[in-house]
Design a protein. Structure first.
Length: 292
């Protein structure tokens, strides 16, 4: 909700102060190497800062027990809450999470049909990423828990705004000089490694359960022998890859913020497994092999 209020506030400020912003088209020289130039915009700066801080806060909140209520944490502290919560099946909740962002990606090809190879890669990467997530929800994942509607709406709104804003801010770069250091092909490589690794480990997780089985098991295979959440690690690579393809301030903030959130989520996921399974191997880290 803070994100929405700040977005509306900043839009109003932009209308009043946009003329003054457009008088200067310069960028800090050090940033020119990595960040694509675009028209100076308070909206861009504000959304980048708000996105980064919001995701960092959510990551920290995970570590202190204030979870977004989906997956294994969907009903944590629900007994203590006096507010009646609307619960959804995990499959329904996850489809609501990802579909609006996927549709934003699809629509972008019609709204912005031109724009060069970088813009095409950004639109394609976002669309493929969220299509993959919907595909996994329908055909790969085997769910045991549920999701709370409030958390589902919050996450879905963030994904939609982030995808739409990333595409819009990329559109604003058209006609401006490219970054001095071009990271788009490195970003494409990271994206492909990330999306394949993420899918593979989601597939391994799905094979832990038989049909109609609900319980959790200690995952094995792939990088699960080194870390508990390799799917999060590869998801970070996906967002990092998209940010390298895009090379805008907003895409970088989304990548860094998503990494901070997933670091927090992986930390509490490992704590959860340690509390549930006496035989959980202590040497298995949360996210980064041999490190964390």
């Amino acid at each position: 909700y803070i994100y929405i209020y700040m977005y509306i506030y900043v839009r109003a400020r932009v209308k009043r102060g946009g003329k003054r912003d457009r008088e200067s088209m310069t960028m800090v020289p050090a940033l020119q190497s990595f960040v694509h130039q675009q028209p100076p915009s308070r909206l861009n700066i504000a959304m980048s800062v708000i996105t980064l801080l919001s995701l960092a806060y959510l990551g920290f909140s995970e570590t202190i027990g204030k979870h977004l209520k989906y997956s294994k944490f969907w009903n944590v502290n629900s007994q203590k809450s006096s507010v009646k919560q609307i619960k959804l099946s995990s499959r329904t909740g996850m489809l609501i999470l990802y579909t609006p962002a996927f549709l934003a990606g699809v629509a972008s090809f019609g709204i912005y049909p031109d724009g060069g190879i970088r813009f095409l890669l950004v639109k394609s990467a976002l669309t493929i990423h969220f299509f993959k997530r919907d595909f996994e929800v329908l055909f790969v994942h085997k769910y045991s828990g549920g999701a709370v509607l409030d958390s589902v709406i919050l996450i879905s709104l963030f994904y939609f705004i982030a995808a739409a804003a990333m595409i819009y801010f990329q559109h604003l770069t058209q006609g401006f000089p490219e970054p001095l250091i071009d990271l788009k092909y490195l970003g494409l490589l990271l994206f492909l490694v990330g999306i394949c690794g993420n899918f593979y480990h989601h597939y391994l997780l799905s094979k832990l359960r038989e049909k109609n089985e609900k319980g959790y098991k200690i995952p094995k295979g792939g990088l699960f022998n080194q870390v508990l959440c390799p799917h999060y690690l590869f998801e970070i690579l996906v967002f990092l890859g998209i940010s390298f393809i895009s090379q805008t301030m907003f895409s970088y903030s989304c990548a860094i913020g998503s990494a901070l959130y997933l670091i927090g989520r992986s930390y509490v996921t490992r704590k959860w497994y340690l509390s549930k399974f006496e035989n959980f191997p202590k040497e298995v880290k949360a996210l980064i092999p041999y490190v964390f």
